[in-house]
Design a protein around this ligand. Structure first.
Ligand code: KG4
Ligand code: ZN
Length: 340
């Protein structure tokens, strides 16, 4: 192989963030994300509005990625895009753009699985970040997924546990909604939790066998708890918001950590990497750091900008697939649901 640098443009448009990144090999030259604020007023992502916003954002976002990276489109080696999982209308905006540009420039087109990308984001070359050694366990926690994945190699992944109902991000967002916080409530629960007592209120943890998760019961328990207390004291939420958030966050983290302890026991693997939007949470980050001394685990925590949806993570998978010569024709289809 030659030592000529590989330049990859990566496009991510699976949900409500329009993102583009340019990588030089495994280094990120630019990583641009346009958040779609339009959904906040609806309390959740509206698919039709999301695809329309992607159409408006995609050209300026890609343009910004080129300017920040300071390269020309003629220098690109390949184009990577998110094939799925995600909202079909949103995925199509990114894939159509990627296909057209790869045809126009006559360079390879690479399809990327969004959930694999959340895991492989750990292989972005960043100062101060150690790449995990194979095999390791990935805990992918986002608005759409909650999975424990056994990662044997870049593309050899096995889901060994997952949610049977809500994703952990949904648990955060729905709990936040119950206490009157705007969408997406996860980061706001986190912010308030930092000022509260995590043991102020106790919520029952679900009893799910094996490595699977369930979060819908917790949401109902929080709803009943709030309704009961607000009936007794209409100012209950305002007076206790920090403690409520801290207690919700504490319970969710306990649920995640209990399952990871079981996963380590079952697999004998004690290298743990977290990924996905919820891995931005300060509580889970601290719990993972503490686990190093508490349980002797080797834990890997991504840089903030690679936790929530971004295109740099799509680019690093694109780079690995480029090295393997794993390319697509423009007949490749987007997939709302996709396994590894
Ligand atoms: O990975 P992501 O950006 O999009 C999906 O693929 O779903 O994850 C978004 C989710 C949302 O549910 C959001 O509330 C949650 O990640 N999130 C957080 C935090 N930052 C983002 N949840 C808790 N604490 C945070 N700091
Ligand atoms: Zn995601």
């Amino acid at each position: 192989m030659t030592n000529k640098p590989v330049y990859i443009l990566a496009i991510e448009s699976s949900c409500d963030d329009t993102a583009a990144a340019i990588l030089q090999n495994d280094k990120v030259l630019s990583n641009i994300v346009a958040n779609q604020l339009i959904h906040n007023q609806y309390g959740g992502v509206v698919p039709e509005l999301a695809s329309r916003a992607h159409q408006q954002n995609i050209v300026p976002v890609i343009d910004a990625a080129f300017r920040k990276a300071n390269i020309q489109k003629e220098q690109l080696t390949a184009i990577a895009f998110t094939q799925g999982p995600g909202l079909m209308g949103s995925l199509l905006v990114g894939s159509s753009f990627a296909k057209s540009l790869s045809l126009a420039l006559n360079i390879p087109l690479i399809a990327v699985n969004h959930m694999q990308a959340h895991i492989l984001a750990h292989f972005i070359d960043e100062e101060g970040h150690q790449k995990p050694e194979f095999p390791f366990l990935a805990l992918t926690i986002s608005g759409g997924h909650t999975q424990i994945v056994k990662v044997t190699n870049y593309f050899d992944m096995e889901i060994i546990g997952e949610t049977t109902d809500d994703a952990v991000g949904e648990a955060f967002d729905k709990s936040a909604k119950i206490v009157g916080l705007p969408y997406p409530g996860g980061p706001l629960v986190d912010k308030n939790a930092q000022l509260g007592n995590p043991k102020a209120f106790a919520f029952t943890k679900p009893k799910v066998p094996g490595l699977d998760f369930s979060f819908s019961g917790l949401k109902t328990a929080i709803l009943y708890f709030i309704q009961k207390n607000v009936a007794e004291n209409p100012n209950f939420i305002e007076e206790n918001l920090n403690d409520i958030c801290a207690s919700i966050q504490y319970t969710i983290i306990e649920i995640l950590m209990d399952k990871m302890k079981l996963a380590v026991k079952q697999t004998g693997i004690n290298r743990i990497a977290i990924g996905g939007g919820v891995s931005a949470n300060s509580g889970i980050r601290n719990a993972m750091k503490e686990a190093q001394t508490k349980y002797g685990w080797q834990t890997y925590i991504p840089k903030f900008e690679y936790t929530t949806d971004n295109a740099a993570m799509i680019g690093i998978v694109g780079y690995q697939k480029y090295l393997q010569g794993n390319f697509e024709t423009s007949n490749v289809v987007s997939k709302a649901r996709i396994q590894f």
